[in-house]
Design a protein around this ligand. Structure first.
Ligand code: ADP
Length: 334
């Protein structure tokens, strides 16, 4: 798997746990969301009541899980974690909900992927603090209402717009997380280096930050690879030379593009004269599934203004040619 994809697997989650900020004031950047959350949490503490349900939206790796943990910590309560895809049946969710203790925080990751029946059960639980437990089967089945103690749902989604309106409306507060700027990522990296017990030179922090796609998860991951390089092939110091050498080994370029991203750009510019070219044709040219090109490489290339989507297909924009060190043809947009 690539170093610059924003998702995380279980192994990585373990490595991440050590680097998570535990309190709101350790959480870098996202000033607006931090400020809003701090208000919501303080008000809840003053009233000694569970706060309204919180929805966090934004791309993977920007800190949604971390914020859910912080919310529970700031409220002095415990966090229960599950996710939309992990809940197969409404009954699974009913079991989780009915085991919640008063004031607990339930983190529901990828909440937009909850199955419909579970979603309906969740509305009722969030609004009325009640689950209807179905006993029996078929015509003889009946629902027994079970009261729940007050609790707080923290839902996370990559796009708030994917949630059906009735579910979205159950959240009293929605925080939108945005990509981090280079200065913020440098802060994340410097903090992480401290926790890993290594000294990161400021120029190395800047270098890694510039290749991290605005995403703390990627920044922390690149930092771990730079540390590997420094310990195995360098003299142990995490300086600019070590950062550059490590990122060259892992084929992460100055802009944070990896091998797949670059081969998409190269195919677009060199084989198809900058396009437009259809997704399937482009995918064949780079030897990948169309879905991989569309969901893995393209979002970042489009966000960076390297690739454009037109009704007739994908086109290379001027910065793509420049990035590959090629002259920009007069026809290139962007
Ligand atoms: P998400 O749930 O949005 O996918 P996570 O909360 O799992 O993202 O964050 C991924 C990694 O990035 C974690 O190791 C976390 O500690 C780190 N991280 C995310 N946001 C911040 C931040 N604002 N400050 C410091 N570290 C952060």
């Amino acid at each position: 798997p690539s170093l610059v994809r924003p998702g995380a697997d279980d192994l990585e989650r373990a490595a991440e746990a050590a680097l998570r900020p535990r309190r709101l004031d350790e959480f870098v950047g996202q000033r607006v969301v931090r400020d809003q959350l701090s208000l919501v949490l303080q008000a809840a503490r003053q009233r000694d009541r569970a706060p309204d349900h919180v929805l966090l939206s934004g791309p993977p790796g920007l800190g949604k899980t971390t914020l859910a943990m912080i919310i529970a910590a700031e409220l002095g309560t415990s966090l229960r974690i599950t996710s939309g895809p992990a809940i197969q049946h409404a009954g699974d969710l009913a079991a989780v909900l009915s085991s919640l203790e008063e004031g607990e925080v339930l983190f529901l990751d990828e909440i937009h992927r909850l199955a419909r029946p579970a979603e309906e059960l969740l509305y009722v639980a969030m609004e009325d603090f009640r689950v209807d437990v179905v006993v029996g089967k078929g015509a003889g089945a009946s629902a027994i209402p079970l009261a729940l103690p007050p609790f707080t749902v923290v839902g996370a989604t990559t796009r708030a717009g994917l949630l059906p309106a009735p579910l979205r409306d159950r959240f009293g507060f929605t925080g939108h997380l945005d990509f981090y700027d280079a200065g913020e990522l440098e802060q994340v990296l410097t903090r992480s280096a401290g926790l890993l017990g290594v000294v990161l030179a400021p120029e190395a922090a800047a270098e890694i930050a510039g290749r991290s796609r605005g995403t703390p998860r990627i920044a922390n991951r690149l930092l771990r690879r730079v540390r590997d390089w420094a310990e195995v092939r360098g003299d142990g110091s995490l300086d600019l030379a070590a950062a550059r050498a490590a990122l060259a080994v892992f084929e992460v370029d100055e802009r944070g593009l990896d091998r797949l991203d670059r081969s998409v750009l190269e195919a677009l510019c060199l084989r198809f004269g900058g396009g437009p070219v259809g997704l399937t044709t482009l995918a064949v040219a780079v030897g990948e599934e169309p879905e991989t090109v569309e969901t893995v490489a393209e979002p970042f290339l489009v966000r960076e203004g390297l690739v454009g989507r037109t009704p007739r297909g994908r086109v290379a924009l001027a910065p793509a040619w420049t990035h590959l060190g090629l002259p920009v043809p007069p026809s290139a947009g962007g």
